[in-house]
Ligand binder design. Sequence first.
Ligand code: AMP
Length: 546
Amino acid sequence: MRGLMQSKQLLISSIIEHAAKFHGNTEIVSRTVEGPIHRYGYRELCARSKKLANALERLGCELGDVVGTLAWNGYRHMEIYYGVSGTGTVCHTVNPRLFPEQIVYIINHAEDKYIFLDLTFVALIEGIADQLPRVAGFIIMTDEADMPETTLPNAVCYETLISAESDDYKWPQFDENTASSLCYTSGTTGNPKGVLYSHRSTVLHCYTGGLVDTLGFGARDTVLPVVPMFHANSWGIAYLAPMVGAKLVMPGKDLDGASVYELLHSEGVTFTAGVPTVWLMLLQYMEETGQRLDTLKASVIGGSAAPRSMIETFQNKYGVQVLHAWGMTEMSPLGTIGTLTARQEGWSVEEKIELQSKQGRGIFGVELKIVDDDGADLPWDGKTFGRLLVRGAFVAEGYFKGEGADAFDEDGWFDTGDVSTFDEYGFMQITDRSKDVIKSGGEWISSIDIENVAVGHPGVAEAAVIGIEHPKWDERPLLIIVRAQDTEVSREDLLQFFNGKIAKWCVPDDVVFVEAIPHTATGKIQKVELREQFKGYVLPTVSAAE
Ligand code: AMP
């Protein structure tokens, strides 16, 4: 028997309509690329999205067309999110940190009809525009006063484009499974692959993201997503903040410690989210200047493993609760998050930090399992690790244009490429990317475990571990270190530091010091490049073994 409830389609336009009606004066505060701070409320955001929707129709954008953005977190980017997806056009957020060749590849692959870009990226796009034959025009996200001289063909000023339009616009109603936005994975090997979200998947992800034990912020909160809108829709915050009516603070292009701190402090931010490298810069700045964060209640750390020392500093020194989260672009992106249960809240500080160093519990809407190489389920005992598979209503069922099909099986499971354990509480711990685990004498060594311990040493700014070929053990770990400023930590100090913190056979065979560690466009350590850089490196333990 069919239920007798309305089958209203879940559309992104309903989020901004809701925010305009019930949180019309709640602010979106943006640090603009041009410099000044800009403020307005959700009512105006909705009205300007509608002007943009009218402009897009005038430009000939139709259901299923794709338009690209190269933009920081800011109010105009929000208008594009809603104005574009609301009309049924697909909003393709391009990660401007990718190499120019990759940007050319994905803009052409996605068949972007127009490109919206912040002033910061005009020179970048001018340099590649002749390789983008399908793009009909470039809309520069500024006003007439700041409009630059540009060689871009058909360049239009954003404010001029929308000022000619009415804010009277009725959002079209269509099938909730229609594509809404497109985001390419950073692709450490091969070309980036496109993840094509639907209106339904986005709204469902938003509902789950809003649960108190997921991100759980609300209308009393002020939220600053440091995570960019081009990194999996700022982990859903660009949709969730208007849905729940949270004040939104958009940091623009400056993500250094001082700039982020200034906004956290001056806007009374209560909730924030970002990758560990950003928090490293913030914590360093606060350490140097002796600043405190009085309003901040919680900080989400994800994208890479949150080092234990970072969790300790946030919580024990600054009183900010850490929510360690794991996810993927392919998952919209939330998968697990480390909120504690009532019983766990009663544990000792040490025990809690230990648990929070794991990536957290599965959230509703995502099924998770670990399997061995034959696909057999593995136990959740906190020790056994295996390939992590996921499925759910906001997990990709395939990549754009059918690429990477081998990551998806016939039962709908997506192979994340991560290796993890689950403990008896359902807390998952990422051991590694499957291609980064170090295979030593038939055992697996987690590079993340070693890195986490190493960054706890005060002389270490950043650490990376890769496997180096070894005649006896197949592979052994090499620790690559960027020293903290004005410190002289030695190889011996570091090797000593592992005593009692990890199993003896997991202690790296050698340590090298470098000026910088390469990162991907989403802030992850680029292990492929490090492996290339240290190809042929001879470990001191090799001669001993021969
Ligand atoms: P992306 O799609 O760029 O967000 O990258 C997803 C990948 O980042 C995952 O498959 C993991 O390898 C890694 N990742 C995300 N969050 C975490 C975390 N908390 N700890 C360890 N790795 C993470």
